[in-house]
Design a protein around this ligand. Structure first.
Ligand code: ADP
Ligand code: 5GP
Length: 202
C-alpha cells in the first residue's frame, strides 16, 4: 500500500483556511484531518476531539515531555500542538493527512518530514483579513488586534512554502487548493518509488 501524503496548510487567522479545509474534507473521505491539542478555550460550537483537544497547560506540557507531539508552538498566548501518533498511523494506512497549523510549527514539520507538502493561503489584503476576523465574531477586540499584528510576519513566511493560494473568491480558492494537492502527488520527491519501480521492470 502507498503511504499517504502529508499536507501542511497555514494562513493568518481569519483568512479562511478552516472554511477551505472543511470543504475539502467533506468531499474526500480518504483525507484525515489532524486534530490538534490546544490550551485555548473552545469557541462557541467547537467540540472537544473534533475541532481540537482542549487541554490544560499541564496536560499539554506532559504531551510535549513524553514525545507525543510532532510539533508544537505558542500563538497569541496559547499553546498548539500536533499529536504525533495519529498522523503517522493514518499516513501508514495510506490516508492523506492535513495539518492546519501556524508557521513555526509548519517549518518544524518540514524539517522533520521533508516529504510534507506545504500550502500557504493568503488573504486578498490585510484590510479584508481584519474584516473577516471581525465579522466571524469569535474573537474579542484585543484578540483580533493580536492576530492582525501577527499576520504581516506570517505572510512574509509564505515564501518558505511549496505553494501559495489567494483566498479572494472562496470557490476558486477551494478549487486551487484541491489542484495543488493533486499536483503535489506528482512531485519528484514523492515519486522515488515510482521511478525505482519502472527501472526494476526493465
Ligand atoms: P481561519 O480558519 O483562517 O481562521 P475561517 O475559515 O474561520 O478562517 O474564516 C474566517 C471568516 O471569513 C469566516 O467567517 C468565513 O466564513 C469567512 N470567509 C472565508 N473565506 C472567505 C472568502 N473567500 N470571502 C469572504 N469571507 C470568507
Ligand atoms: P485558532 O485559535 O484560530 O484555532 O488557531 C490559531 C493558529 O494556531 C492558527 O494559525 C492555526 O492554524 C494554528 N494551529 C492550530 N493547531 C495547531 C497545531 O497543532 N500546531 C501549530 N503549530 N499551530 C496550530
Amino acid at each position: 500500500m502507498n503511504r499517504g501524503t502529508l499536507y501542511i496548510i497555514s494562513a493568518p487567522s481569519g483568512t479562511g483556511k478552516g472554511t477551505i479545509v472543511s470543504e475539502i474534507l467533506k468531499a474526500d473521505p480518504n483525507i484525515h484531518f489532524s486534530v490538534s491539542a490546544t490550551t485555548r478555550a473552545p469557541r462557541e460550537g467547537e467540540k472537544d476531539g473534533v475541532n481540537y483537544y482542549f487541554i490544560s497547560r499541564e496536560e499539554f506540557q506532559g504531551l510535549v515531555d513524553s514525545g507525543g507531539m510532532l510539533e508544537h508552538a505558542e500563538f497569541c498566548g496559547n499553546c498548539y500542538g500536533t499529536p504525533k501518533k495519529a498522523v503517522f498511523d493514518k499516513l501508514a494506512e495510506g490516508h492523506d493527512v492535513i495539518l492546519e497549523i501556524e508557521t513555526v510549527g509548519a517549518m518544524n514539520v518540514k524539517a522533520a518530514c521533508p516529504e510534507a507538502v506545504s500550502v500557504f493561503i493568503l488573504p486578498p489584503s490585510l484590510k479584508e483579513l481584519r474584516h473577516r476576523l471581525e465579522s466571524r465574531g469569535t474573537e474579542s477586540e484585543e484578540t483580533v488586534a493580536k492576530r492582525i499584528a501577527e499576520a504581516r510576519g506570517e505572510i512574509g513566511k509564505a515564501r518558505n512554502y511549496d505553494f501559495v493560494v489567494v483566498n479572494d473568491d472562496l470557490e476558486k480558492a477551494i478549487e486551487d487548493v484541491r489542484e495543488v494537492m493533486r499536483a503535489a502527488k506528482k512531485l519528484t520527491k514523492l515519486n522515488h518509488d515510482t521511478i525505482e519501480g519502472v527501472l526494476n521492470k526493465c
